[in-house]
Design a protein around this ligand. Structure first.
Ligand code: UD1
Length: 418
């Protein structure tokens, strides 16, 4: 078992560069399945989730060569249409192969996916969209199988702007006959990234970033391309909070400031100084900050993936903050661990009431999911004495070299194998 030891009290200073976005690279890898020609992806972050998606592609017969931050994918060798259950259960995003496999081969078989335990995370919107395009789907006994004699464009209204469902439908519709319209589509930057990537391959998609996306089906994708993935907005936000919570000053490079606007706005409201310059952000923290209220919302609202990190920041604010979680019903598992560090947080249904205190105290805590783990690291950076964080495997799913990069900024962090 591995754990992280974080000794708080150091103000973070210096500069850091943000890695490629986890939530962008995963759909791009899945989307590569639609192409018949080699694809090169650059800026690929070294993460367990990326390794899992690579394994999933290889299990389908695709050749993948990953060297440094470049991945070469040859989807022409695709031969299997079934993702082994062990891989599917390791990560929710494994479900993103459904759309491409259906689009290119008219069939797939996957197990119900796993991932972070932050809510029930059903698949109904994905399946409703794929069915509307003509797929016959059976989702019994933890396994989803689908067949389509030929996908047909459809007019689809999503009940909720689900990121994954929007991506799966976009990918399936790319090779469908006729036009597909997705209404109430997710507007996240990762959707725009997927559109840009698929269009480079030869797809005809427009509207991503707005709530209606139009996909004109094409016969095949056969452009040989290289594509650099966008920077990770959640990693950016996490480093912004790391700078703020340690009362430090950090220059964050390789950022798209518009992607973190909601986080920037809330940190500024609390009293943190944030300067935006082209592709970088400079965060300068005050010695004390104010309580603010937050409601998580689909993009461009405040991201649920930054909720735990902001909660620990607000645990040290002056005054009482309320965070309302509107995306995942079970995303408060970090609250118990933050309480163990001394924070005063009360849960009322989907809201957390956070009464700011002066100091957190280091203790042994457990990361229950990826972003909860990030919140505990941030708490450790601000706490008196040492915090021991167990469940580090969750952090490795989504943060590249977290401890060495925090160390570059002066943090006292080490990894221990016991
Ligand atoms: C993606 C992100 C994840 C982020 C989430 C919300 C990736 C790989 N993961 O996850 O980090 O936290 O967006 O921004 O990009 N829902 C249904 N039925 C469905 C699908 C979703 O009810 O068929 C519900 C979910 O239970 C949840 C909400 O919709 O309450 C949002 O989920 P969704 O946007 O689909 O998240 P993911 O794509 O799984």
């Amino acid at each position: 078992m591995e754990r992280l030891l974080v000794t708080g009290g150091t103000r973070l200073r210096g500069s850091i560069a943000i890695s490629g976005a986890k939530n962008a690279i995963l759909p791009l890898l899945a989307g590569s399945l639609l192409s018949e020609r080699p694809v090169v992806l650059e800026g690929v972050p070294s993460l367990i989730d990326v390794k899992t998606m690579k394994d999933a592609l290889e299990s389908l017969g695709v050749k993948v060569n990953w060297t440094g931050d470049t991945m070469q994918i040859d989807p022409s060798s695709l031969r299997s249409l079934e993702v082994p259950p062990t891989l599917a259960r390791r990560m929710r995003a494994s479900n993103l192969v459904m759309g491409p496999l259906l689009g290119r081969c008219g069939r797939f078989k996957v197990s119900y996916p796993g991932g972070c335990t932050i809510g029930s995370r059903p698949m109904d919107l994905h399946l409703k969209g794929l069915r509307a395009c003509g797929a016959v789907i059976d989702d019994d006994h933890g396994c989803i199988t689908a067949e389509a004699a030929g996908l047909q464009g459809a007019d689809i209204h999503l009940d909720f702007p689900s990121v994954g469902a929007t991506e799966n439908i976009m990918m399936a519709a790319t090779l469908a006959r006729g036009t597909t319209i997705i209404r109430n589509a997710a507007r996240e930057p990762e959707i725009v990234e997927l559109q840009n990537f698929l269009n480079k391959l030869g797809a005809r998609i427009r509207g991503a970033g707005m709530d209606t996306i139009r996909i004109d089906g094409v016969k095949k994708l056969n452009q040989e391309i290289a594509h650099r993935v966008i920077p990770d907005r959640i990693e950016t936000g996490t480093f912004m909070v790391a700078a703020a919570i340690t009362r430090g000053e950090v220059l964050i490079n390789n950022v798209i400031p518009e992607h973190v606007e909601a986080v920037t706005a809330k940190l500024r409201e609390a009293g943190v100084s944030i300067k935006e310059e082209d592709d970088r952000i400079i965060v300068t923290a005050p010695s004390n900050w104010k309580a603010v209220d937050i409601r998580t919302m689909p993009f461009p609202g405040f991201p649920t993936d930054m909720q735990p990190q902001m909660m620990v920041f607000l645990a040290l604010a002056q005054g009482t903050s309320i965070i309302t979680e509107n995306i995942f019903e079970n995303r408060f598992r970090h609250v118990g661990e933050l309480r163990r560090m001394g924070s005063q947080i009360r849960l009322e249904g989907r809201s957390a009431v956070i009464t700011g205190i002066k100091d957190l105290t280091g203790t042994v805590v457990e990361a229950t999911d990826l972003r909860a783990g990030a919140a505990l690291v941030l708490g450790g950076l601000a706490a008196e004495n040492t915090t021991i964080i167990e469940g580090v495997q969750h952090l490795d799913r989504g943060y590249e070299n977290l401890e060495s990069r925090l160390k570059m900024l002066g943090a006292q962090v080490s990894r221990e194998i016991i």
